[in-house]
Structure formats: C-alpha cells, structure tokens
Design a protein around this ligand. Structure first.
Ligand code: IPD
Ligand code: CA
Ligand code: CA
Length: 254
C-alpha cells in the first residue's frame, strides 16, 4: 500500500508541476492571504479518484473537499498542495502531503517536494526515507547552534497564540530561523536533519499527518508546546531532533 501512496503523491505532483508558473484561476478562502488555486483542486481530485478506484471503502479527509466518510478503519489525510501561496506566486517550494491512519494510528506518511523531485516516505516502524535514502534527525544539542523553521497561519495579523512573541523569542536564541511556506516540507527537513526543530500554531491535520510520522521514524519527537504527546488534530506542534526539545519548550513559554 505504501507504494500506492507514493505513486499517487507523484501523480498529484505532476499535476502541480504542469500548472506551476502558468496562468491559473485563484480564489480567496477566508481573507486576501488565504488562496486556493485550480491546481489545489485538480491535485486533490487526482488523489481522491485514485482512492475511490483502488480503496473504495477507505475514509478520506482532504483539505479542499473535507471528509468523505465510510466505516473503514483506514483514513487518508490529504493536503493536495501544501504551499499554495508559494505556488501562486511562482516560488518553487510546495508539496503534496498524504498520511494514512489505520484505527487512528498513523501508518504511512508521504510528502512529495515537487520541484526538487524529492519523495519523502515513512512506514510506521520501518524508518523514514527520501528517494530511497534513510533519514535521521540532526545530532545537535545546542539551541544556540540550531537552525529552526516555522510558519504562520492565515490570520497571523491577529497574533494567534502569541505567534509574534514566540517567533521573536526564537530569533533571539537560535542561529537562524527560516520560514519556507510549506509545513510539510518544513517537517521533512527536520526528519532529514537539515533543520533541528520546527514549531507552529493553528495547523490542520493534513499539514502535519505525514510529517509527524516522517520525523518520528527518523528519530525525532513531536509534541505540543508543553512537551505532551500531540495528535494531528491538535493546534500546536513542536517537532525536533529530541536533543533541543526541552530548550525549545523553554523558549515557547510566554
Ligand atoms: C500552509 C502552509 C504554510 C503554513 C500555513 C498552512 P497551505 O498550507 O503549510 O507553511 O504556515 O499555516 O496553512 O494553505 O499552503 O496548504
Ligand atoms: Ca497546508
Ligand atoms: Ca493546501
């Protein structure tokens, strides 16, 4: 089944790359910052049509079309285009993210970084990989030498959950803080040991489902801002190599 998840993530990625840089329609969701393009929808349709054909009994939660319920123990959690703002503005940092749960436990996580042709995949208990190469989180244990990554929700101007104060606090202690615009790619880079840690508020399950498993399978940890276990339906995520986790929890205290 993992091979099928990888297959359809690549197909959806090809839909996205066929539209990248071209003219396409853009609509607004909640405000002028929150966009959806016709390619978000085309990518999602590609994935859901495949699931309906190959796994007709499975349940689906997808960003653009919501919940497609069934009584199946399998749930596919799909972000058909993570990084819509980047995509719409011609910045080649965007991905397809697909997580699969069985009885509420994440069993597969796949993120396809389209323009780098980097296929990140993890299966529960079997490690995390990028294009077949095994991934491990970084070994750095010093927050002052860390490169971190974060992102902001579309209502960031309202400063939800002290987003500005927390960003400010990390800028003061870390070596550098990056903001790429695709939470799924942010999390892949933590799994790969490029970034030492990631935090964000107000993400949705489809942003985090695959990335959480990828980081855990690469030896990292994923919690809420207090260090308690989090699940993909929670609204705070702190992910790291494990070694800078408690220093990040201290920094997140507001
Ligand atoms: C967004 C990206 C971004 C994050 C936003 C998300 P979208 O997803 O993951 O990095 O900061 O909060 O909503 O809308 O491009 O799928
Ligand atoms: Ca997203
Ligand atoms: Ca999306």
């Amino acid at each position: 089944m993992l091979n099928k998840v990888i297959y359809i993530a690549r197909e959806a990625g090809e839909v996205l790359s066929s539209g990248f840089g071209k003219n396409f329609s853009i609509e607004y969701k909640t405000n002028l910052a929150n966009l959806v393009t016709e390619f978000d929808k085309k990518s999602e349709k590609t994935i859901i049509d495949f699931i309906k054909k190959e796994f007709p009994t499975h349940s689906v939660l997808a960003e653009e079309s919501g919940r497609h319920d069934s009584t199946s123990k399998y749930l596919w959690v799909i972000d058909p285009l993570d990084g819509t703002t980047n995509f719409a503005h011609g910045l080649p940092i965007f991905s397809v993210s697909i997580g699969v749960q069985k009885n509420g436990e994440m069993i597969y996580g796949v993120v396809y970084d389209v323009m780098r042709d980097a296929m990140y995949s993890a299966e529960k208990g079997s490690g995390a990989f990028c294009n077949g190469r095994k991934l491990s989180v970084s070994s750095n244990d010093d927050l002052h030498k860390s490169v971190l990554v974060t992102g902001f929700p579309y209502n960031v101007h309202e400063n939800p959950d002290f987003a500005f104060e927390r960003f400010n606090a990390f800028l003061r202690v870390a070596r550098a803080v990056r903001r790429l615009g695709s939470a799924a790619i942010d999390m892949c880079y933590v799994a790969e040991g490029v970034f030492d840690g990631f935090w964000e508020v107000s993400l949705n399950a489809w942003d985090m489902a695959a990335g959480k498993l990828l980081i855990e399978e690469a030896g990292g940890i994923v919690t809420d801002f207090q260090g308690k276990p989090m699940n993909i339906f929670d609204k705070q995520i702190l992910a790291s190599n494990g070694k800078v986790h408690s220093a990040m929890i201290d920094t997140l205290r507001v």
